[in-house]
Design a binder for this molecule. Structure first.
Ligand SMILES: [Zn+2]
Ligand SMILES: [Zn+2]
Length: 207
């Protein structure tokens, strides 16, 4: 298991600065691995992490777990929370981890040497015992891992726009293969949509 100093260095280099939320993310990722009994940063794709916000915390989690969007081992569901669920793809065991609401208040006790609040969080989140910093609970995931993972290499073409769809994300309507955009889930307007009365469910899709 990598030590926290190395992970902090790696995360700060990637993120181009060090901030408390990255440290929090690193601690969350380490705890996720520990709870599932998986070595992190992982060398394979067994651990899947669902992160509930984008930004600094997600980078810390990625460095600690080696789960990345580009490796399909990290998914962002933007609930605006520095929280994450760590899922063992093999056993389907899962733990959701979030910061202890009391951690912010406790921070100065662990960083009496800090010059300001920000630095207190930065230092305290590295020093605080895990059970004071984080709360974890076992959860059961409510989606199919198999569907999320989908069939490797599967490719189809949308009957309307002609674009290629991978990872079984197509929609079949009346036997016709469509991409999600052409099936009505588009999150952007085309130039020729302007002036039409078309309304897209963009907000519910993205948020
Ligand atoms: Zn940051
Ligand atoms: Zn299409």
């Amino acid at each position: 298991m990598a030590n926290i100093e190395e992970l902090i260095e790696e995360s700060a280099a990637l993120h181009r600065h060090l901030c408390p939320r990255q440290v929090l993310g690193i601690r969350m990722g380490l705890l996720g691995g520990e709870l599932l009994g998986l070595d992190v940063p992982q060398k394979n794709k067994r651990l899947l992490t669902v992160v509930e916000t984008d930004g600094c915390g997600a980078d810390g989690i990625a460095v600690a777990t080696n789960c990345w969007v580009g490796r399909r081992t990290m998914r962002i569901l933007d609930f605006g929370k520095v929280a994450a669920t760590f899922i063992d793809r093999k056993t389907e065991r899962a733990f959701r981890v979030h910061p202890n609401p009391a951690a912010r208040k406790l921070a100065p006790e662990y960083a009496p040497d800090a010059k300001n609040h920000w630095e207190a969080y930065l230092l305290a989140y590295q020093r605080m015992p895990t059970d004071e910093l984080l709360i974890a609970e076992p959860v059961t995931i409510a989606f199919s891992l198999e569907k999320l993972w989908s069939k490797n290499g599967k490719r189809v073409t949308c009957a309307i726009c002609g674009e290629e769809i991978i990872n079984e994300r197509e929609v079949v309507q009346d036997g016709i293969i469509l991409c999600r955009s052409c099936a009505g889930e588009r999150y952007y307007y085309h130039a020729d949509d302007i002036g039409n009365t078309i309304t897209l469910p963009m907000e519910t899709l993205l948020l």
